[in-house]
Design a protein. Structure first.
Length: 411
């Protein structure tokens, strides 16, 4: 009898099908140029005017830490538990009081707490914009807003602007021609230009929205960082805008960006739709962060802290303004913001800020080229400079490097 071992089988060779492709929007929309620049300028020797980073040495670290410690000591179970999508009642109450005190009567139920105001923008793009809808934006425009609307499938149309911002007559004509869903704007200390929309133009924009039927998304991350001049009321407070304006706010620029705490104030139907969209996105913003912010507002004087931050930022703006004439080539122009974090510069004819960036970074300084901020045809000579991250002395050193870089890059 012959005993044989187990039969040997040659494994079959299978041709596996490739997985389905990514959604078209995931490949058609690029990343943020600002984030890309930050990745290549992370060396500590680089004086970085590119990022919109608040000055970390001005954070009230002690006050924020005390707020977290208090919350975790007194109510740890609540702080570490799930919360409602709308946001913690104590925080919404405090935010409503702050908004009302600034001239816009607001109840806690008018507000939705978001994971940074950027999430608020994404939620609004989800609930207000159908693929193919037209969205109007400023020229130039905040980069991440362009990304959010592109992901929603919007057709983004730029509104002509001048040194004071949106031209209301041009806006009226574009609304009549394109029947857009919404206008997105940063009216106060705009990103990237630093300009502020005057009150009469805000009133005119509110009138256009009321007559033509238009949502307004008013983004206000920088409004409290005023160095000079008088505060201009929100567009949402002007006649005609009350029932059609969504106001976005954030603690990122006045408390700390790492908290990722923002909010939106919206008409009921929009706010309810955003609540449902947020449930699908992240259920709710972290409870412990919300409770700590509410504790901070109860125990500390945030307004006094903002005054100190704005004073320091004003000194840094002045340092940058004082050095630009020597750093930029003859014929360049730049804005003079009365608050916020950014100024906008335009180089003379023949310059391309994107083409010059490699030479600039090689000199251990950086800016953001202006072209990505345009929804329409860009101006390649433009660039954005952030003046808040570095001290006045560092700014002066950085501008010296920038002058050398621009001269050598063009040559």
């Amino acid at each position: 009898m012959t005993v044989t071992g187990p039969a040997r089988h040659t494994p079959a060779v299978h041709a596996f099908a490739a997985p389905p492709p990514l959604a078209a929007r995931a490949t058609a929309i690029g990343g943020s140029p600002v984030r890309d620049i930050l990745a290549v300028t992370a060396r500590p020797e680089v004086i970085n005017f590119a990022g919109g980073l608040p000055a970390p040495e001005l954070f009230d670290s002690e006050g924020v830490a005390a707020a977290f410690q208090d919350v975790l000591a007194r109510t740890p179970a609540r702080a570490l538990q799930y919360a409602t999508t709308e946001g913690e009642p104590t925080l919404r109450t405090a935010l409503a009081e702050r908004t009302t005190a600034r001239g816009l009567t607001t109840a806690p139920d008018d507000l939705l707490v978001t994971t940074g105001s950027q999430q608020g923008l994404s939620l609004l793009a989800t609930v207000l914009v159908e693929p193919g809808d037209t969205v109007l934006v400023e020229t130039p425009c905040y980069l991440a807003a362009l990304q959010a609307f592109a992901y929603a499938g919007a057709r983004v149309v730029p509104v002509p602007c001048d040194g004071d911002g949106i031209d209301p007559d041009a806006l009226d004509a574009l609304v009549a021609a394109h029947r857009p869903k919404l206008l997105y704007a940063v009216p106060t200390f705009q990103n990237p230009t630093g300009r502020t929309l005057p009150g009469e133009r805000r009133a005119a924009i509110a009138s256009v929205a009321a007559r033509r039927g238009l949502w307004i998304v008013e983004d206000d991350p920088y409004g409290e960082l005023r160095f000079e001049g008088e505060r201009v009321p929100w567009i949402a407070s002007y006649p005609g805008a009350e029932d059609r304006t969504v106001l976005l706010g954030t603690f990122s620029k006045v408390m700390a960006p790492g908290l990722r705490l923002g909010w939106l104030r919206a008409p009921d139907a929009v706010r309810r739709a955003c609540v449902v969209a947020k449930q699908a996105a992240d259920l709710h913003t972290p409870t412990v962060n919300q409770l700590a912010a509410a504790r901070y507002l109860a125990d500390r004087d945030l307004d006094a802290h903002v005054v100190r931050v704005a004073r320091a930022y004003g000194e840094r703006r002045d340092a940058m303004l004082g050095g630009l004439e020597g750093a930029l080539p003859g014929g360049a122009t730049w804005s003079r913001p009365s608050g916020g974090m950014f100024l906008w510069a335009r180089l003379p004819e023949g310059y391309d800020s994107a083409a010059l960036l490699a030479s600039v970074v090689a000199h251990d300084v950086a800016y953001v080229p202006g072209a990505p901020f345009y929804a329409g045809a860009p101006d390649p000579r433009t660039l954005r400079l952030c003046f808040v991250t570095h001290t006045p002395d560092e700014i002066r050193v950085g501008l010296g490097r920038l002058g050398l870089a621009l001269a050598s890059g063009l040559g």
